[in-house]
Design a protein around this ligand. Structure first.
Ligand code: ADP
Ligand code: MG
Length: 280
């Protein structure tokens, strides 16, 4: 049985090719019959969602996206549910994942291009932080690129809102993807989600510039030891500005890590920077 909401939604869109596979289902391209507009529909199987006790994760993703409207954050247009599925109609981002873009460019990006994408990533992430949202799963697979080459941050399933803070004002759930996780998140003592997002942005910048992950190992214990030490090898051939910024972001001690406002004021970041200004 399909609820009225989902039946209406399914009638309004014509589903097309599969754009990607997620944990809970598929993401398909869809054409709005009325306007002809193209969208992406994230279709989640409720059985899979329930079996993984992930209902809350999906509600969180929807609640978070409803708060956000920024050119570098994927936009949510509408939501509907049937007994078996949940549908999220999203802005279509048709240039693939940042991961694929780097792979297609001989494994790393020219510094100018990496900087331009990093500027957009930082604009989007700092906007989320201003709205009280921490993403908590920033990685190359969750950063999409549109046809014009602009970044759209997506997949807010692990995001945290102010109501998720503990009495100490910190977050306590250890989550994220191993290679991108900040050392303080692994420590189980509470962490500031905006500082750990900054760390993940640093991992993304490192891969764009250098062509491989700053911290990696097949053995997860060894990987986490490397993250704790924070001794990423920052190649000599990078420009001094890029090296300085990477070192300041990949600072294991969060209180000493560069803050968002300082990143935006950093000389390497500032070069050719055209900030997007509200209204978006
Ligand atoms: P999950 O939460 O299960 O990881 P995602 O939201 O990351 O699901 O979606 C899975 C994949 O589907 C993405 O990695 C991407 O390739 C594709 N995708 C997701 N949202 C969009 C979108 N708005 N436009 C185009 N492709 C998308
Ligand atoms: Mg994802």
């Amino acid at each position: 049985m399909v609820s009225d909401g989902a039946r209406g939604l399914l009638g309004a869109y014509e589903l097309g090719r599969t754009l990607g596979e997620g944990n809970f289902g598929k993401v398909k391209q869809a054409r709005h019959r009325g306007s002809g507009g193209q969208f992406a529909v994230k279709i989640m199987e409720r059985a899979r969602v329930l079996s993984q006790r992930a209902d809350e994760q999906i509600c969180r993703e929807i609640a978070t996206l409803k708060l956000l409207a920024h050119p570098n954050v994927v936009r949510l247009h509408e939501v509907a549910a049937s007994k078996t599925k949940i549908y999220m109609v999203l802005e279509l981002v048709n240039g693939g994942e940042l991961l694929d873009r780097i792979a297609a460019s001989e494994g790393k990006l020219p510094e100018q291009e990496a900087r331009r994408l990093f500027q957009q990533l930082v604009d989007g992430v700092s906007y989320c932080h201003e709205k009280g949202v921490c993403h908590r799963d920033l990685k190359l697979e969750n950063v999409l690129v549109d046809r014009k080459g602009n970044i759209k941050i997506s997949d807010f399933g692990l995001s945290a809102l102010p109501q998720h803070l503990g009495n100490d004002g910190l977050l306590h759930t250890t989550c994220g993807s191993p290679n991108y996780i900040a050392p303080e998140v692994l420590q189980n003592r509470g962490y500031d989600g905006s500082l750990s997002d900054i760390w993940s942005c640093g991992v993304i910048l490192y891969v764009m510039l250098v062509g491989h992950l700053p911290f990696d190992d097949r053995n997860i214990v060894v990987l986490y030891q490397k993250i704790f030490k924070g001794d990423a090898q920052i190649p000599e051939w990078l420009s001094p500005g890029a090296r300085n910024l990477l070192r300041r972001i990949l600072e294991p001690y969060p209180a000493e890590r560069i803050a968002m406002a300082e990143i935006k004021a950093h000389p390497w970041f500032q070069e050719h920077y055209v900030p997007v200004l509200p209204p978006y």
